[in-house]
Design a protein around this ligand. Structure first.
Ligand SMILES: Nc1ncnc2c1ncn2[C@@H]1O[C@H](COP(=O)(O)OP(=O)(O)O)[C@@H](O)[C@H]1O
Ligand SMILES: [Mg+2]
Length: 226
């Protein structure tokens, strides 16, 4: 088991008041954690900090004690808008791209790509342009492309906001398929829209706290701050 840990994070954009000050969170491989927070509560910023894409003003993000800067490839992010993460001309090439850029030899890369096409139900569309796919299919391609790196952790930034109900189910099924292999942190502004979770967290006023299922249900009916 590996642990992704943020400890005592302080972060602010420019001269603005601190968004986080003393924030702590841990995700372990094999668990799915849902992080609920209203719009502008800082979900995207927190994921960027956890992935090492932003530097905290204080505190640190580590995997098993090693700074995230030294192992950024171990954390993958699935963004809100799938259109912002597709660059290759075909589904197959999109999945292969990351490995190719790392100089992986074709005989090593090809079986990995085949395996991912199969696991995420993408064989039929391997030669299609990612642009021609539905939102749910795009997110599955993006997920397969991230899994090609064999990340330990996957961060989901409201990945279903742009999806219709069938596409949402599609994505949740893909998430079920990999949940035991990685540690997942899934952010959502709507706690009713989420995968099956081992832990529920609330991000509110720069702090994270654990919620029980019944607290979440009560909050969900009354609004976060009630
Ligand atoms: N690049 C930025 N520069 C300045 N302020 C930002 C920037 N990105 C986000 N913010 C602000 O930080 C707060 C948290 O944003 P964000 O992390 O995107 O929240 P969420 O993902 O929960 O909606 C918001 O008030 C937002 O306006
Ligand atoms: Mg966001």
């Amino acid at each position: 088991m590996a642990e992704l840990t943020a400890s005592d994070l302080r972060f602010a954009f420019g001269q603005r008041p601190a968004l986080f000050d003393g924030l702590n969170v841990t995700v372990r491989t094999g668990e799915t954690v849902v992080l609920w927070g209203e719009n502008a509560s800082g979900k995207t910023t927190l994921l960027r900090l956890l992935a090492g894409m932003l530097e905290p003003l204080r505190g640190a993000v580590r995997i098993d004690g090693t700074p995230i800067a030294e192992q950024r490839g171990r954390v993958g992010i699935l963004f809100q808008n799938p259109d912002h993460q597709m660059i290759a001309p075909t589904v197959e090439e999109e999945i292969a791209l990351g490995l190719e850029l790392r100089g992986t030899p074709p005989e090593v890369m090809q079986p990995v790509v085949e395996n991912l096409l199969g696991r995420f139900g993408l064989e039929q569309m391997r030669s299609r342009s990612p642009e021609s796919l539905s939102g749910g299919q795009k997110q599955r391609v993006a997920l397969a492309a991230i899994m090609a790196f064999r990340p330990l952790f996957l961060l989901f930034d409201e990945p279903d906001s742009y999806l219709d109900a069938p596409s949402r189910r599609d994505l949740l099924a893909a998430v079920e398929e990999i949940r035991s292999e990685v540690g997942m942190l899934w952010t959502t502004p709507n706690p009713r829209r989420r995968p099956r979770a081992d832990r529920l967290l609330l991000l509110e006023r720069g702090q994270i706290r654990e919620l029980s299922e019944s607290e979440l249900t009560a909050h969900a009916q009354t609004g976060v701050s009630a």
